[in-house]
Design a protein around this ligand. Structure first.
Ligand SMILES: [Zn+2]
Length: 273
């Protein structure tokens, strides 16, 4: 029962990547050229969104929201997340993006039918995130999805590569490194083999699956840099080099201490709070 509750809680954390197409709503006004994609249009058709121009593109929010009160700091945060992501991915991209913020998971539920922390529509230059005074948005995570899918499409190797890379670029969570969290999984007997993780990613609870995927992508990155990660992403079918998994496991075991994330805090505050 306890485990079930944990999985339920985990389901609420999700940083999601929607594959299906949004229905094309009849927007009331002609959208500007930046708002042409389906997901942005879907959102803009649902209530009023004051917006402003930031260095990265447009930031949209609700009247009276936390974003409305912190326009300066959030626009810096988006700009710096964008630099971190493009730097890590070694991509050049100066085209504008559309970033939408809501105050709560409840508002997210009303908009997209799930109480997500953040999401992007694969291939589109639009992100939607929860942000309030106690919840740090997963900007780096979602912008990694946005730019990778826009430039490279969906990874044929599976969603583990996409979630793993987004978590890897995001880095520490609650002050713990990814490998410390993965060492904790190992200590509790929750690590999967690479084959299992790649095959069963959708079935494994994300609190185990995402950190392990991040650690695996981190290992690929440590061996061959961004070029190796990108090659795995673009490959028709990808398999690790012989000896990869054993070397990775040895690295996990060599971590000084295992860590366990505080799930309720993660759900309510994000990785930083
Ligand atoms: Zn994600």
């Amino acid at each position: 029962m306890k485990l079930r509750m944990l999985f339920l809680a985990a389901g609420l954390l999700v940083f999601y990547l929607v594959i299906r197409r949004w229905p094309d709503p009849q927007t009331r006004a002609a959208p500007s050229p930046l708002h042409q994609t389906g997901f942005a249009r879907h959102l803009l058709a649902r209530g009023a969104w004051p917006s402003y121009e930031a260095p990265t593109g447009h930031i949209h929010f609700r009247s009276g929201s936390h974003t409305a009160r912190t326009t300066n700091s959030i626009s810096h945060a988006v700009d710096s997340a964008r630099s971190v992501v493009l730097g890590f991915l070694q991509l050049r991209d100066t085209q504008p993006i559309e970033v939408f913020f809501v105050d709560s998971r409840e508002q997210m539920q009303q908009l997209v039918g799930r109480p997500l922390g953040g999401m992007v529509q694969s291939g589109e230059r639009t992100a939607l995130l929860v942000y309030n005074e106690s919840y740090t948005p997963f900007l780096v995570h979602e912008l990694t999805h946005l730019y990778t899918h826009h430039h490279w499409g969906q990874p044929r190797a599976g969603r583990w590569l996409s979630e793993g890379l987004a978590a890897l670029v995001s880095g520490d969570c609650q002050g713990f490194s990814i490998d410390a969290v993965v060492k904790g999984l190992h200590e509790r007997g929750q690590l999967r083999t690479w084959q299992e993780l790649m095959r069963d990613f959708e079935k494994i609870d994300e609190l185990s699956a995402n950190p392990q995927a991040a650690s695996m992508v981190g290992f690929i990155h440590s061996r061959g840099g961004m070029a190796a990660v990108r090659a795995a992403w673009l490959a028709e079918s990808w398999q690790p080099d012989p000896g990869f998994e054993a070397a990775w496991l040895a690295r996990v075991k060599a971590e000084p201490a295992g860590a366990l994330l505080d799930v309720p805090r993660l759900r309510d505050h994000g990785c930083v709070g």
